[in-house]
Design a protein around this ligand. Sequence first.
Ligand code: ADP
Ligand code: MG
Length: 694
Amino acid sequence: MKTDTSAQWDKFFNRYYIGDILALANEYPESRSLYVDFVNIEKFDSDLADELLEHPDRILNVAEEALRSFDLPVKKTLSGAHLRITNIPQKVKIRDLRSIHISKLIAVEGLVRMATEVRPRLLVAAFECSGCGETMLVPQSSGRFVEPYMCKNEGCGRKGPFKIKLTESEFVDAQKLRVQESPEDLRGGEQPQTLDVNIEDDIAGIVAPGDRVIVAGVLRSYQRITREGKSTFFDIILDSVSIETKDKEFTEIDITPEEEEEIVKLSKDPGIYKKIIASIAPSIYGYEEVKEALALQLMSGVPKNLPDGARIRGDVHVLLVGDPGIAKSQLLRYITKLAPRGIYTSGRSSSAAGLTAAAVRDEFGDGRWTLEAGALVLADQGIAAVDEMDKMRPEDRSAIHEAMEQQTVSIAKAGIIATLKSRCSLLGAANPKYGRFDPYEGIAQQIKMAPALLSRFDLIFVLKDEPDIGRDSAIASHILRAHHAGELHAHRTNVAGSGVTHADVEGAMTVIKPEIMPDLLRKYIAYAKRGVYPIIEGDAMDLLIEFYLGLRRQGEDRDSPVPVTARQLEALVRLCEASARMRLSDEVTIDDAKRVIRVVESCLRQVAFDAETGMFDADIITTGVSKSQRDKFKILRGIIRDIAAEHGGMASKDDIYAKAEEQGFDREHVEDMLKRLKTQGELYEPTQGNVRLS
Ligand code: ADP
Ligand code: MG
């Protein structure tokens, strides 16, 4: 039986799509696409379905003709309609595309990384002969502009010049996309590969960078052109037939009924918190508090859509600040591997889009502006781990505020106006400016981040590399044992007749073996985020309010700094929800509240605790210096000014120490403060022992 005739398609449309075609006819020409589920074609005639995959150009032509000439009960023809095949079951991974796929109908899945503006493309050009005025139509299918060879009027036959007549030419809306593999399809830090996609007519402009899409289309190849001429190597591009966006979270992660059973069983284990924490980066020693915070971040709070249209993020943002070489980068990498959707990037990433987004010119070599999504957009609905945040580009520095709080990235440049989604948790790491953390200087200055940006993190940890014999030897032995296990494993796999036994390797590995294997933990997290929506009530709510008010109360005293802002209260709420999710519970208990208060307190102690007054002080985050510190500097500057006024503008250090000691400062502290004023350029020392205020 011949399967690819127009009559066959007519029959198919009548059986499966008559309703859709009538609806399309109603809206035509505003709507021009009939979406056809591939599965229906298979059900109707499996040979036809196979033919379609093998010879899409021929079959689609026949099918589209059949649709365009479909006998409608209304006086209308669908002469410009398209057939858009969706739901092709066998998807090809972008990295697996090979020459056998060329000219075949295939479907790929991925993330839109770049999208050009939608611009008209010439389909058929109308030319006028300047000699005789004859008009000629020349189809433009190759991408290169084609002019007539000679005037078709026999009486003329001139070889030009010809003038293009735009009003009589035919155009189609066209757009190019660059689609990259989804982060969840990548294993162990692989770089994602990309595929360029051509989109035409009514489906141009419907997706934005950062969207997750399934594109069906015909894979084309075109010859590479190098400086030496045409090459025998070909590049590929997908001519799209349909494009679908998918916004469902974690549909990609399959959880079998057995795994679900295991997950639920795990969640009932009273030691689940310890187990999860111990399963985060087990090769890194210590950092229990940080790992606990990271566990909460992986679970995240509940995002809320309020009736007034406002949205409150559920994502928890965490920042690790600290000395170099203390495993910050390692932690970040581990988290992106554990998260159901994680992207690792550096603040000084080489891509033009950086962390947020950028409009770039001519990315595809056709002069069009292209919108490119940065890391926080590509990590939508996942975790973006941004290393070396202190080295962020200035553009990102300003755009990242919006990304963290509103969870969108807006861009308005070169006629491109877009708002992209960036609903992700941010895990940042930053190194202090001078290499080492300086306890006397505010965090904000040291990592070159605006205090307003810092206050958007729910939790900030300051990690210091202070020599401590007990801890150092524990870390050393942990690192050596991890290496030892690796050595045994390498020896056993690579050396013929190795005396190392399987049991030896297993035994050595126990130090670094996670309690819950990463694959299962990923599924556990996906399961929790997908199905668990905790609610805070009763005791837990009371405790949170009490804790928050307690912190605020410290600010009532007229002279004390305003301690904590409402942002911290929101952070508490999110973290409590995450804590309940860790055991897959819908109820936030008093224990969750206590756990979270402990974590938050330990964070505040590091970043906003003023040791001199014994109070929490949000000023340290927002302005970088505690109020008591600022007051001290004010007094010291006053002292220097007074002495200098008496001695012709110069103040001797001995006088300063003496006067300051009278006012209750100890000498060492004053030396420190003078040093800091000097590094900040507020003070200089023209002659040994004598200083001057600048
Ligand atoms: P950072 O990003 O903080 O500068 P890295 O993540 O590059 O540091 O870590 C440097 C190296 O030191 C890594 O190989 C890491 O595994 C090791 N290391 C540092 N601290 C620890 C620790 N507590 N436990 C295990 N390894 C550690
Ligand atoms: Mg690092």
